[in-house]
Design a protein around this ligand. Sequence first.
Ligand code: PXP
Length: 268
Amino acid sequence: MSAYFSLCLKAELAQARSMILLGVNVDHCATVRQARYRNAGSSAGGAIEPDPVAFAIACERAGADGITVHLREDRRHIQEQDVRRMKEALATRLNLEMACTPGMLEFALDLRPNSVCLVPENREEVTTEGGLDVIGNRERVAAIINALSPAGIETSLFIDPDERQIDLAAELRAPWIELHTGACSEAYAISKAKRTAEFERLRRAAAYAHQLGLVVNAGHGINYVNVADFRTLPHVHEFNIGHSIVSRALFTGVDEAVREMKQRMNAS
Ligand code: PXP
């Protein structure tokens, strides 16, 4: 069975059960470590903590269906060594978020994560701010999909809920997209009208992408409260959630933070 077919089958099964999978983004565990140990030697006498690999394993044990890391060009949180250790240690799936650069493509082909999510990257931003402009980066994106696919690495494109971007994702044969839920999650602090309009954009985009045969993931700004709305989006295969789970884990521990999110994502 081809990797693409098995992925589609898994998506169909998850949908049949109405189960949305959870990918936990563990970047912020590394953010805490870098706040203290950015310039430390390789072991700092064994004092370096917290370890994002141990955090990721704890997420898996609590029921996470996959782990996501973003290896940024400026290496502000996750480091290459973290990603390599995760590849060895994880029992579920490793999803590598990366910019569309030749250096990152080379790294991904060497590492062989289960999937790669292409994201825009801007040095000044606090976090990934907008979706990838697939139209403006058509050649680069196509080259990366075409290089990763024969290596058995599925490519996901992190895009805004825009039909033109979705059309091109399908044309370039990206098997997955991840819809950027950031504008909708930010709208909760603006107005109900804005939130409703942003949600409608996401709903239409998810339905449209599904119709074109794309597996639809979603992420950015999803938390324990707004997940009650996001989980009603049609055809969503997986949520990628980072900040809210890492924040909750500070109070409850990783186990409860992950279990609680999974429960809320799939509450009947
Ligand atoms: N998906 C993508 C592509 C991201 O870049 C991020 C943030 O790094 C997330 C999901 C997770 O967003 P949050 O940390 O707001 O849950």
